[in-house]
Design a protein around this ligand. Structure first.
Ligand code: PLP
Length: 387
């Protein structure tokens, strides 16, 4: 065996020993909330397709029609020849939805975060990142070469102190936070984030991946805090919008600079026409059907009430179980009862906080939520042996 294979084998063995090895399961998602896995139909509480729009007939039809009209792929970076007409239309739609002057669409949310932060921060600048922010906010921060400081989760006193101590010795400062935290479901206090940033002349960016289509009447997490002063709103079209792609909504000048300088925009192929068309159709549905937009949060709140947990603030509810083996065993028990709930383990969440991460969507019936709540209560109260 060559040294490369030996290296891989040893790394995998150590993951295995810590219950941390991950495997693809070969899922087939059906109409929400159903997923077929291993020949069984399971009720999924692990999809980010909060509104079921990836399987909505109008969204599917828009994607199919766009493929016929514009092709399956964009064919080049947007600055070369990949700027098909659906992208400009989608950017205008996103900007209107978010109430900003402009927007920029990226290939994915991950690519957006890799690209945006290095446009606004470089060595000599300061980037402050909430410790529970998504991996790609961290990746963008590291890539920028700026001084990176981890913010204690949602600790506004800490944010104020870090800026008071370090702002003057850095040319620019950028604060990055999830709007809805992806593994905990809580919200960042964006009104306070904006005010503290303004006080220290720092720029704020929110990652609204789990807010769009779900909170703030579907407009996202900034809309939950009217008047919050957050200049950079990024997010993804891959979750509630049911499609694929990332975006930044901001002022015209900021967006124009990003289109010139973000390397993941300049050097990566444009979003495929079917994805752009699907996202456009998804915004139409979100606008026309406020009851669909309200449903994931309503379902999450029904669950937290029945399970005796703190009231849900978003469509995401964590059930923290501790050791990775416990989360694996809990997921296996739920799967035996017909539920698909992915166990989440380090390094996605901090050591000792392996959990079930429940994601509620518009397709869940009250009866499904009630059954899950009963099962979750049993998991939280009984001691059960790890697998
Ligand atoms: C999913 C997610 C992303 C990445 O978006 P993709 O479009 O899937 O690449 C970014 N940030 C957060 C908080 C996410 O949950």
């Amino acid at each position: 065996m060559g040294s490369l294979d030996q290296f891989a084998k040893a790394k995998l063995a150590s993951l295995e020993a810590g219950d941390l090895r991950r495997e693809l399961k070969g899922d087939r998602r059906l109409e929400a909330p159903w997923v077929e896995r291993g020949g069984r139909r399971l009720v999924s509480f692990s999809c980010n397709d909060y509104l079921g729009l990836s399987h909505h007939p109008a969204v599917i039809e828009a994607a199919a029609q766009a493929a016929r009209e514009y092709g399956a792929g964009a064919g080049a970076s947007r600055l070369v020849t990949g700027d098909h007409p659906l992208l400009g239309a989608l950017e205008a739609r996103i900007a209107a939805w978010k109430g900003t002057q402009a927007a920029c669409v990226f290939g994915s949310g991950y690519l957006a975060n890799l690209g945006i932060t290095p446009v606004f921060a470089k060595p000599g600048d300061l980037v402050i990142v909430d410790e529970l922010s998504h991996a790609c906010l961290w990746a963008g921060a590291k890539l920028s070469g700026a001084t990176v400081v981890a913010l204690r989760h949602n600790d506004m006193g800490h944010l104020d102190n870090v800026l008071a101590a370090a702002r003057a010795s850095h040319a620019h400062a950028l604060v990055l936070t999830d709007g809805v935290f992806s593994m905990d479901g809580d919200l960042a206090p964006l009104d306070e984030v904006g005010a503290i940033c303004a006080k220290h002349d720092a720029w704020a960016m929110v990652d609204d991946a789990h807010g769009l289509g779900v909170v703030g009447g579907g407009r996202g997490s900034v809309a939950v805090f009217p008047g919050a002063d957050i200049a950079l709103q990024m997010g993804t079209l891959s979750k509630a919008a049911g499609s694929y792609g990332g975006y930044l909504a901001a002022s015209r000048d900021v967006v124009d600079l990003v289109k010139n300088r973000a390397r993941s925009f300049v050097y990566s192929t444009g979003l495929p026409p079917p994805s752009a068309a699907a996202a456009l159709a998804a915004f139409d549905v979100m606008e026309a059907e406020p009851e669909r937009v309200a449903a994931p949060l309503d379902n999450a709140r029904l669950f937290t009430r029945l399970a005796g947990l703190p009231e849900a603030k978003s469509a995401i509810v964590p059930v923290v179980l501790g050791a990775p083996g416990r989360a694996l065993a809990a997921a296996a028990r739920l799967e035996a009862q017909g539920f698909l709930v992915a166990p989440i383990r380090p390094p996605t969440v901090p050591e000792g906080t392996a959990r079930l991460r429940l994601a509620f969507n518009a397709g869940h019936t009250p009866e499904q939520v009630e059954r899950l709540a009963a099962a979750a209560r049993a998991l939280m109260t009984e001691s059960f042996a790890p697998a």
